[in-house]
Design a protein around this ligand. Structure first.
Ligand code: 5AD
Ligand code: FES
Length: 341
């Protein structure tokens, strides 16, 4: 693997010139070579647990938005959640991502208690990533003190107006402010965006990539927007996967050391979408460990894959899929690479 000093990330201006001037194939080749040089053939696994689909927010694109009364709401209790972590730990996972809607029942005190219990029951050996939406700085501090290592919060789009439209009046600067707080509080910070949102332009996509570069995120997830019939954007037609793949390649060139997942949304609109994302510069997969009995209710978009498979079945499936493209799955914690240098 490469010496860190010999690798130069694209700067903000180069993000523009590469995006507009290079073909998708050229970008793919550059990104793929860089990924192998920095991350090798290992693809890191993170165990995803979707603990609640209750949400106070009403984002126009999202299937678990508060106003959607077509889905069955569920929340895992603390024992169920800990059991999933312990089973995952026994199976080899060393990173867990706890994701949920903005559910007032999972208040900060509860989340702190859960993080502490996870840390204790796994001898502090696994990394805990939270993804529970917007929180205040002092709440983030409490969670950090409880042991949370990482936080995921996509900014979704860099277009202020569109952000506010899609998220019912919320402000982009507030979201970016929370991402700054997370950095200052020394979290490993993940963010990202959707491609193919209504109103998207190349300028917006370039700005999205520039924001990722300026924040120097440790993790960045990109997924194609998939219209959900149970939402106000249900009548739109979704994009194909190509623009998401191009953005993954661009992102890899801008952030050589970042952890970039091959997202479930990519695998949902294209049978081999996750393999393609890996070949375009991604290096992470997130098997869904949520119990099969409730998994189907965490339906952000239609056609979501792996709803009938257990986490363990997905690990087997992912291993084969990765072998088919010359990669290996890895259970390493996969901390932010900046921490290892
Ligand atoms: N299509 C694709 N991705 C979606 N997300 C939410 N709704 C959709 C959808 N309809 C993504 C958002 C969110 C992440 C958890 O899922 O980017 O941050
Ligand atoms: Fe879940 Fe293939 S990865 S079934």
């Amino acid at each position: 693997m490469s010496d860190k000093n010999s690798i130069t990330p694209l700067n903000v201006d180069e993000i523009y010139t590469f995006f507009t001037g290079k073909s998708d194939d050229e970008l793919k080749k550059l990104a793929s070579d860089l990924t192998l040089a920095v991350h090798g053939k290992d693809v890191l696994l993170r165990g995803l647990i979707e603990y609640s689909n209750y949400c106070t927010q009403d984002c126009l694109y999202c299937g678990i938005r508060a106003e959607n009364d077509k889905i069955t709401r569920y929340r895992l209790n603390e024992e169920q959640l800990l059991q999933l972590v312990n089973d995952g730990f026994a199976a080899g996972f060393r990173t867990f991502v706890l994701q949920g809607g903005e559910d007032p029942v999972f208040d900060v005190k509860t989340q702190c208690r859960i993080v502490e219990k996870i840390k204790t029951s796994t001898n502090g050996e696994c990394a805990v990533t939270l993804s529970s939406g917007m929180l205040k700085r002092d709440e983030l501090l409490q969670l950090k003190s409880a042991g949370a290592d990482r936080y995921l919060l996509r900014f979704e789009t860099s277009d202020e107006k569109n952000y506010s439209y899609l998220k019912c009046g919320e402000s982009l600067s507030k979201r970016l402010g929370m991402l700054s707080d997370l950095k200052e509080l020394d979290y490993q910070v993940g963010s990202g965006f959707m491609t193919g949102l209504p109103g998207e332009t190349d300028e917006i996509l370039i700005k999205n990539l520039q924001i990722c570069s300026e924040f120097n995120f440790d993790m960045v997830g990109i997924g194609p927007f998939i219209p959900n019939p149970d939402t106000p954007l249900g009548n739109l037609t979704g994009e194909n996967i190509n623009i998401a793949l191009k953005c993954v390649s661009m992102l890899r060139l801008a952030l050589p050391f970042a952890h970039i997942p091959a997202t479930t949304a990519a695998g949902s609109i294209d049978q081999t979408g996750r393999e393609k994302m890996i070949e375009h510069g991604a290096n992470v997969l997130m098997p869904n460990l949520t119990p099969v009995s409730v998994k189907a209710n965490y339906l952000l978009y239609p056609g979501k894959i792996c709803l009938d498979e257990s986490g363990q079945q997905c690990v087997g499936c992912m291993s084969l899929r990765m072998k088919s493209i010359g990669r290996n799955i890895s259970f390493n914690r996969g901390d932010a690479l900046r921490l290892n240098h």
